[in-house]
Design a protein around this ligand. Structure first.
Ligand code: NAP
Length: 278
């Protein structure tokens, strides 16, 4: 029987992760099956328990369960411990290993696929949820000159910045406080695009030549990328590349091999997935 993996989320029906991992398995000649499982709100731990009892080897975790997955793990990778959020569970060893591949996936997409140098740049991260927690550490490791986290609930941005106080100076604020500032890279790690919303951002936020990056992806332009384009930004990227890169990192954790991502990103672009999350 194939080794079983899945992604837990709510909602999860739009997930592209099964298609990605099936493509990875075929490419790497690994006998793996991968499905999407809708876990009830308040029922994440039970859903994981059932999957493990039925022979599941590992899982991805998407919103809104990344912080619950962190609490559930009995062992944590260093990057998951720093993030306080888990997107990858491995059931193969003793207990449950929690890892976080979101940050490595984002940085690989920005630097490898999009050719951006983060070192010395002014970076703005919008959002302070599970995705923002996962990417902050790897973004800081890439050496930006300035890293600001802005969130609708300012206290959450402040709490996130405090987590990294020993690593580097992270500035935390609300959206209004951004007036008069400009950035070379603006990453939307809020889920606002999923509901057709865009954070209320002041004009002039994008420096000349800036890259606007939305972690959300879809077959049409996301509201955040539309706003950036109307403000004159020419370098726009959605989160499909990050999705595939973080999946490749999870595959590496589970199977010990990192698949080629370029053909899988190209396959998904052609398949034109529906707007949504992984
Ligand atoms: P989450 O933990 O639920 O956090 C949601 C974040 O969005 C919070 O900071 C929240 O602010 C903010 N937010 C929600 N609605 C908003 C609105 N209308 N205006 C302004 N801010 C709003 O979700 P998550 O796990 O961090 O995921 C965030 C997004 O990243 C999702 O869309 C997810 O699909 C995407 N993602 C993509 C990838 C990828 O591989 N491409 C990987 C991970 C996540 P408050 O704190 O004020 O509530």
């Amino acid at each position: 029987m194939s080794d079983r993996y899945c992604v837990f989320g709510n909602p999860v029906h739009h997930s592209r992760s099964p298609a990605i991992h099936r493509a990875f398995a075929a490419q790497c000649a690994q006998d793996v099956s991968y499905t999407a499982i809708l876990a009830p709100i308040g029922g994440f731990t039970e859903a994981v328990g059932e999957f493990v009892a039925s022979g599941g080897r590992g899982a991805n975790v998407t919103l809104p369960f990344k912080e619950e997955a962190f609490a559930l793990a009995s062992r944590l990778s260093e990057r998951a411990r720093i993030a306080g959020a888990v997107n990858t569970l491995d059931f193969a060893g003793p207990g449950i290993l929690g890892d976080n591949t979101d940050g490595a996936g984002l940085v690989q997409d920005l630097t490898g696929n999009l050719g951006l140098s983060i070192a010395g740049r002014r970076v703005l991260l919008l959002g302070a949820g599970g995705a923002a927690r996962g990417v902050l550490g790897p973004l800081l490791e890439a050496g930006p000159r300035l890293l600001v986290v802005a969130n609708r609930t300012v206290a959450r941005a402040q709490a996130l910045a405090r987590r990294f106080a020993g690593v580097a100076r992270v500035h935390a604020c609300g959206f209004d406080d951004l007036a008069g500032e400009s950035f070379d890279l603006v990453i939307n790690a809020t889920s606002a695009s999923l509901t057709g919303d865009v954070p209320p951002l002041p004009k002039g936020l994008f420096a000349a030549g800036a890259l606007a990056y939305d972690m959300v992806y879809g077959d049409t332009e996301t509201p955040f990328l539309g706003l950036a384009r109307r403000q004159g930004v020419e370098r726009l990227a959605d989160g499909l590349g990050m999705l595939v890169e973080q999946a490749a990192e999870s595959f590496l954790v589970w199977r010990g091999v990192r698949p080629q991502t370029t053909p899988v990103i190209a396959m998904l672009r052609v398949a034109r997935p529906p707007a949504g999350q992984r």
